[in-house]
Write a protein that binds this ligand. Structure first.
Ligand code: COA
Length: 193
């Protein structure tokens, strides 16, 4: 799939294919302890570049995935938002919506805006019946995004993420969901968010 064909435009953002020029900004955010607070460690330049290569290639091959997010006329790359298979983490087939943005761009509602476009793609183009999201229990910023886009949390589904070591404080996770029917009913925004 051509890079342009993968792009999705929202009110303020473009979700697009990854470019080699994104890598320095991606490495800077992956080296930022604020951004990586809920991950095991910050990433080196080499680790960050490898992650960008994998994510970017998967996006091109599938035609969907974790899109690079651009704020046109402001910043060419602010992070990623998109859809990702979550089977390995959850132990059953599922697609998650996820996000990671540079701290300088937090607080403007970019993540929920891009995530709504990703959900629309997942439900509309991919025909998914539901999409999940999950984070460490304490990652309240990420949980706020889940709530803003109309996802709901059932404490009975809280789980221990195998992506973190036994005993790690990051291991206990919350699971949020949204169905295609609920997304259609709320138009992509939870009431009052
Ligand atoms: C989670 C994340 C993507 C949110 O992106 P965003 O575009 O800032 O989202 P929003 O603007 O809707 O803000 C969501 C919440 O983050 C918090 N927040 C926003 N800006 C903040 C800032 N500068 N400092 C601290 N918290 C902030 C607020 O609680 C906000 O909720 P509110 O709008 O009700 O006040 C971003 O914080 C991030 O990249 N975090 C690090 C990566 C991460 O944890 N990814 C998820 C892993 S599961």
């Amino acid at each position: 799939m051509a890079a342009d064909a993968a792009a999705i435009t929202t009110e303020r953002l473009v979700l697009r294919a990854w470019r080699p020029g994104d890598r320095p900004a991606f490495a800077a955010m992956n080296a930022d302890a604020r951004v990586m607070e809920w991950f095991p460690a910050t990433l080196s330049r080499r680790e960050s570049d490898a992650m960008a290569a994998v994510i970017g290639q998967r996006l091109l091959e599938q035609g969907w995935g974790l899109w690079a997010v651009e704020v046109p006329d402001v910043e060419a790359f602010v992070g990623f938002v998109g859809l990702n298979p979550a089977d390995a983490t959850l132990g059953h087939p599922a697609v998650e919506v996820g996000w990671r943005l540079a701290a300088a761009h937090w607080g403007r509602g970019y993540a929920p805006e891009a995530a709504r476009a990703a959900l629309a793609f997942g439900f509309g183009t991919l025909g998914l019946e539901q999409i999940v999201s999950f984070s460490s229990v304490g990652n309240l910023k990420s949980r706020r995004v889940m709530e803003k886009i109309g996802m709901t949390h059932d404490p009975a589904e809280d789980f221990e993420s195998p992506r973190f070591a036994q005993g790690s404080p990051l291991r206990p996770h919350v699971l949020y969901r949204i169905t295609q029917a609920v997304f259609a009913a709320i138009g992509g925004a939870a009431p009052g968010r």
